[in-house]
Structure formats: C-alpha cells, structure tokens
Design a protein around this ligand. Structure first.
Ligand code: CDP
Ligand code: CDP
Length: 226
C-alpha cells in the first residue's frame, strides 16, 4: 500500500513521542521530523549569541541567519545548526530550561511552523511536537495525543539519563517537566492541546512495543481509508 499519509504526534514532555515517532517512521519508510529539536536548536543559538530574547527584532534577525537540518542516522536523528552537529548539545539543561520561553515567541513559532509545513508538504511524514495536529498539519490523516502520568515521565527521563551516564535528579526532573508542561499549555500562541480528532493514548502502563503496534495499526487503517 503506497498511499502516503501524514501522522501527527503531540503530547507533554517525555510521554514517548519521539521514540514512537521514530519507530513508526522507520516501519513505514516515512520521514521523521522532531519539531522539538528545532525549537531546541534555535534556543541553543539564542543562548550562544547572547541576544536579548525579549527583543522581537533580534529574534527575527537570528531566525533569518539560522539553518536547522534534521538528518536520519543509524543512532537516531542528527540535528545540524548552521552545519554544526548539535544533537547532544540541544539536550543540555540550559537549553531545556529556556526552550519553552523561546518557543512561546510569535516570530519563532511562525518561522518554525512554516519550515515544518515545508518538510511535511508531500505527506509520508511522522511529526512530533506540541501543535502538530492543531496547527502544523491540521489535515493529518492520523493524529495521536500521547500522555503519561508525570511520575512515569520523570522516571523514564531519569532512567534514560542514567543509562547515558549523565547525572540526574528525579525530583528536579519532575519539576522541570511540570514547569515546561505548564508553560507549553498556557502560552497564547498554539498551546499544547489535544486536537479534536486526535486519538488519545496513555502510555503510562504500555511498553514502547505496545504503543508502536497500536499506532502502526491505526496508520494502516487510515491508509485504507485514503
Ligand atoms: O523531548 P521533550 O519532551 O523534552 O521536548 P521536545 O519535544 O524536545 O520539545 C522541547 C520544547 O520545545 C517543548 O517543551 C516546547 O516548549 C517546544 N515545542 C513547541 O513549542 N512546539 C512543538 N511543536 C515542539 C516543541
Ligand atoms: O519525545 P518525548 O519527550 O515525548 O519522549 P521520549 O524521549 O520518546 O521518551 C522518553 C523516555 O521514555 C525514553 O527513554 C523512552 O525510551 C521511554 N519510553 C518508555 O519507557 N515507554 C514508552 N511506552 C515510551 C517511552
């Protein structure tokens, strides 16, 4: 079956979106777009260039001068900022703590949504983020809203950090996730919200394989309908 659909996966931090989106894209030979990585990349650049983030003109100028590329690799997706591999750097705490503020800015959202829509314009894409089903790909054939309890999400991130050999504090992680969820849900422009036609999946008690299988089955259904 070669009818290419678009799949939007939204939800709060560490619900399992990118893990599942990557697997789904691989299974279907679709493009995977991690939109969070794009917001992280521009945040990293804003930190490095020490611009005044309250100043919209400075932010607009920065956006004009910024190229962000997402490239698939064996070890997952690589993120390039102006040609430099920043895959690891954009996950650092400093970036994580500022990203929701930068992502709330009007010019930043406008530009990122435009770039994401360009990447998704031909279909055959799995995109994950916060506003994919509501704003970036409102006509996506399959929309998923992925949830998990905050305790489970913090625990998963903690495990992930520990596995990678990073220092990690469970309580701090939980606070960081709760704060980011709050900022992302309460911002004015395209807040984190379940699209009306999204399928909700609570992954709190599901394995990665179970979630991936459920989404794959839904994708097959939507392809038949197309
Ligand atoms: O993977 P994690 O849950 O830590 O977050 P992410 O997907 O990398 O996204 C980082 C941040 O980017 C989010 O907390 C949002 O503030 C912002 N974001 C957004 O505003 N809109 C999107 N479509 C994706 C991410
Ligand atoms: O992209 P998002 O921030 O929503 O989450 P993620 O980075 O894909 O997943 C966060 C962590 O939860 C990863 O370490 C996944 O391996 C793990 N995970 C899990 O244990 N069980 C699931 N059903 C989904 C994800």
């Amino acid at each position: 079956n070669n009818k290419k659909i678009s799949i939007a996966i939204d939800g709060p931090a560490a619900a399992g979106k990118s893990t599942i989106a990557k697997i789904t894209a691989e299974k279907l030979s679709y493009i995977y777009v991690d939109t969070g990585a794009m917001y992280r990349a521009i945040t990293y650049k804003a930190l490095k260039s020490q611009i005044d983030i309250q100043n919209e003109k400075e932010i607009e100028q920065l956006l004009l001068e910024t190229s962000i590329e997402l490239k698939p690799s064996n070890s997952g997706q690589l993120v390039f900022l102006d040609g430099e591999d920043v895959t690891e750097k954009i996950r650092e705490e400093q970036v994580t703590n500022l990203v929701s503020t930068i992502a709330a800015s009007g010019p930043v959202r406008e530009e990122m949504v435009y770039r994401q829509q360009q990447l998704g314009k031909d279909g055959g894409v799995v995109m994950d983020g916060r506003d994919i089903g509501t704003k970036v790909l409102p006509h996506a054939e399959l929309k998923i809203f992925m949830l998990a309890s905050v305790d489970v999400r913090a625990e998963r991130r903690h495990l992930e950090n520990t596995r990678k050999g990073y220092s990690s504090n469970l309580e701090k992680l939980k606070e960081e996730i709760e704060l980011r969820d709050k900022l992302d849900s309460e911002r004015e422009i395209s807040p984190l919200r379940k699209a009306e036609d999204a399928v909700e999946i609570d992954t709190s008690f599901l394995s990665i394989e179970e979630v991936a299988a459920e989404i794959y089955a839904l994708a097959q259904e939507r392809m038949e309908d197309k």
